[in-house]
Design a protein around this ligand. Sequence first.
Ligand SMILES: Nc1ncnc2c1ncn2[C@@H]1O[C@H](COP(=O)(O)OP(=O)(O)OP(=O)(O)O)[C@@H](O)[C@H]1O
Length: 233
Amino acid sequence: MSFVRFENVGKIYKSGDVEVRALHGVTFEIEKGEVCVVVGQSGAGKTTLLNILGGMDVLTEGNVILDGRDISSLSTKQMATYRRLDIGFVFQFYNLIPNLTALENVEIASQLSKNPLNSEKVIAAVGLKDRMNNFPAQLSGGEQQRVAIARALAKNPKLLLCDEPTGALDYETGKSILKLLQEACKKSGMTVVIITHNSALTAMADRVVKIKNGTVASVKLNDNVVSVEEIEW
Ligand SMILES: Nc1ncnc2c1ncn2[C@@H]1O[C@H](COP(=O)(O)OP(=O)(O)OP(=O)(O)O)[C@@H](O)[C@H]1O
């Protein structure tokens, strides 16, 4: 069975009398150790999909299975544990704690985990050995995103979820962040899901899920995965 499975997933947001159907009939799979890029235009439903997979939102129809466990049937409390132990998040805006150093930001996350990696080693692995005692405000955007990635990786999660991870970065810095994610995936066997509106990024993915109007337009396996340096957009 696949590591991640979406089975006929639907999501309707209700506010008052207004209903928005953000996802419907979404079915796809991701194998362990893959980089999966979920691509689609603004409003297509990418963030909704990622939030459901990360246990930050609940679906209204269907099932989501991660590593043999049906996460769509978890209680609120089980969902909190799932977010804490199983998922690493990387967002567009790094969401670091401003009054903690880079290292402390990583340590605080690893303390939540049952089986964390060594924080200093992970910080070194993202290229910030010499900056680990700096506060976020003393780091560039790209460096802050590296800290955010280190924070997510140090938890040693089952799944790393990234929502437009380069959205706030310039071209070259964005590329170096994607390279880091691709390498982290290949070295550690971590399964990584990246959502983006930038279809050029599909070239770095093992699997590409295209979302259109809340539904899956296509799922493609990439038999010619390109390293990030070779991609241009
Ligand atoms: N909390 C919410 N309440 C009501 N509607 C919502 C909510 N969140 C998202 N939507 C709607 O669901 C649809 C899908 O939104 P979603 O944010 O998942 O798209 P997206 O592909 O991530 O877009 P973007 O790239 O602009 O972030 C949109 O029509 C959006 O307006």
